[in-house]
Ligand binder design. Structure first.
Ligand SMILES: C[S@@+](CC[C@H](N)C(=O)[O-])C[C@H]1O[C@@H](n2cnc3c(N)ncnc32)[C@H](O)[C@@H]1O
Length: 374
């Protein structure tokens, strides 16, 4: 049962009140674990998430170095340039010949245009409003820059969007920043970060929850992020799934099968999903969101509130399937598997995570987070 440190608040979804369990911590300490909805795959653009992403030095330093190295003398395309046209401006200042920058959020595109004009770069950077898949460019480019990598690598639509961009916009042999992404998965014991099996959203993210459900039209069992998951006990090494190579054809769907050896005894509450991201090329040290503090907040797949007892030598078989959802851009994910325990019963596990599904309160963790009201 949840500890006393949570309470129920209401948000409005389609005119009705929806009960949500939130932590009592209105303003959590910087390093305190926080549960929040996964935001990047929805049209939710809070100042908090933008500032958090911009303040992520691991991300911005790696991108800046890659753009400065590859842009001089080249034609560059920045997909999803954002309100500050960050990589378009970096490319132009590094000596790019021409830069095209596409942004789908009209307000962000307008702001980007003002930023570019104020920087005196309007002659070099062309801001284009809209979705990259619906835009034509007057020429092919040497370098494709984008940052539409999700907490699960492909969850923001990178596979579909960047495959389209490579085919229609990139010169043969051109470069992509980022270069490659894999999603990682590991088993976790969250006793220390979510004591007593307590799952509760940070109240800071209630407006985002409301916006996500409004954008989809109804509540559903959305993906959860856990800031501070790196402080949990990892019961297995991380395995790699969902490999995306941005300079090669990508199918938009796929199945990965991995086996995780349990290397530490504990109570398995769920799985952690993160990314390894190679920004420039294979020789990079990848950014690793399950091992480093980054703005790619790890996804927490809650499987059991009380935890499933596991011992060293047990094994977890997992299959992760991804297929394009009916919006044609964002993938649906489905994870199934078995925990094979020596001398104990086998436990089947499953997690269905469509981009905008209809299942609501489908498992105990989600029933706890969204308590039914009489
Ligand atoms: C994570 S933000 C990155 C902003 C900026 N490039 C940076 O790295 O700081 C992703 C941006 O890409 C935009 N975006 C995502 N997919 C897009 C697409 N297919 N076409 C145009 N813009 C897109 C979003 O609206 C958002 O502004």
């Amino acid at each position: 049962m949840p500890a006393a440190a949570s309470r129920i608040r209401a948000i409005s979804v389609a005119g009705d009140d929806l009960a949500v369990r939130v932590s009592t911590d209105e303003d959590p300490a910087e390093d305190a674990p926080i549960l929040l909805p996964s935001l990047g795959e929805y049209p939710v653009y809070g100042d908090f998430s933008y500032e958090y992403m911009i303040a992520d030095k691991l991300r911005t330093d790696a991108y800046r170095a890659a753009v400065r190295a590859l842009a001089p003398g080249k034609v560059v395309l920045d997909i999803g340039t954002g309100q500050d046209a960050l990589w378009a401006v970096t490319a132009a200042n590094a000596g790019a010949a021409r830069v095209y920058a596409i942004e789908v959020i009209p307000e962000a595109a307008d702001q980007a245009r003002r930023t570019v004009e104020a920087a005196g770069l309007a002659g070099k950077i062309t801001i284009l409003d809209g979705l990259s898949a619906e835009i034509e460019l007057p020429e092919r480019v040497d370098v494709l820059v984008s940052e539409i990598i999700g907490a699960i690598g492909g969850s923001e639509g990178a596979e579909y969007v960047l495959d389209d961009a490579r085919r229609r916009f990139l010169k043969p042999g051109g470069d992509s920043i980022p270069h490659r992404c894999v999603t990682t998965v590991a088993a976790v014991d969250t006793s220390t970060v979510l004591p007593d099996g307590e799952l509760a959203f940070s109240p800071l993210f209630l407006p985002d929850l409301e916006q996500i459900f409004a954008s989809v039209g109804h509540p559903f069992d959305l993906r959860l992020c856990l800031l501070g998951l790196d402080q949990a006990e990892f019961l297995s090494p991380r395995a790699e799934v969902e490999e995306l190579r941005f300079t090669a054809p990508m199918a938009g769907n796929g199945t990965d099968r991995v086996e995780l050896p349990v290397t530490k005894a504990g109570r398995l509450h769920g799985l952690a999903l993160g990314i390894r991201l190679w920004i420039t090329g294979e020789e990079d040290q990848p950014i690793d969101s399950l091992a480093q503090q980054t703005s790619w907040c790890p996804i927490y797949v809650p499987l059991s509130l009380e935890g499933i007892a596991v011992a060293r030598g047990d094994r977890i078989t997992l299959e992760l399937r991804r297929s394009l959802s009916d919006d044609g851009v964002h993938p649906d994910y489905e994870l199934t598997g078995r925990i094979l325990r020596a001398g104990r019963s086998t436990v089947d596990i499953s997690w269905h995570s469509p981009h905008h599904g209809t299942t609501f309160r489908g498992s105990a963790p989600y029933r706890l987070l969204f308590p039914a009201q009489d």
